[in-house]
Design a protein around this ligand. Sequence first.
Ligand SMILES: [Zn+2]
Length: 291
Amino acid sequence: MLVTLGEILDRANCGGFAVPAPNVFSDLDARACIEAAEERRSPLILDVAPKAVPDLVGLGGILTALAAKASVPVAVHLDHGSSFQEVIQAVRGGFTSVMIDCSSLPYAENTARVREVVEAVRPLGISVEAELGHVGQGASYDGQRSLTDPEEARRFMEETGISALAVAIGTAHGTYAGEPKLDFDRLCRIKELTRFPLVLHGSSGTGKDNIAKACRMGINKVNVCIDILHSVSRALQSADLSGNSAYQVWEIARTAVRTAAAEQMDLTGSAGKAWIPVPTGLTTVKTSMEE
Ligand SMILES: [Zn+2]
């Protein structure tokens, strides 16, 4: 079933677990992630980065149709939207949530631009994620730079009306130059002050122990891209492709994505946390968290 990011993250926040948000580029990898979610009975967030796909509106139509048919809750999310125009494209594509990333701007400007997007899309039932502090690139990794200030996080959340906050606690996008150092005390303080759904960007290469610990300490959405792509590369490199068929390549890639996505669900604690949709006319339903 197709759901909003807000619906998934409110449950994750109350239940003390996180949900993986793999970056997908086509219906092929999206199907593999949905298969993993159905196998693990996990909610799922499909992340789509506008710069990585040629047709946001077209892909949105395909992904939302796949999500609607899934037997588990699936949100279709715009990852790192950088402009109002990209947000509008995502809305046209049927996305159920958007990230507007103005984290490299000063606080007041970031707040104003995020609030503008929230006011535009909230009446459409679309959830908004924004970032405070700045998660940089692993290639120029400096773990102590631009981390999220906990007090500012509380203000930002109240002033913008967002549904999820991406925090900078020492992770980075891409491959790390050096050892990742996560500031767990900072994460704890942010959670303590906000009690809000929090998002971890740049999880790839961060290490399973660090990710699992971050999920236990208040992260509710884990973005993952490179780790899944590396799984596909390794599977293709060790495969016997003597049959010389393109279909063989796709099948190997699909299996690798499905396996890697399922591992993420085990790691973040989302396995077994899918819930049952509320039938029309009923007001309550027993969720797996209440069992
Ligand atoms: Zn990111």
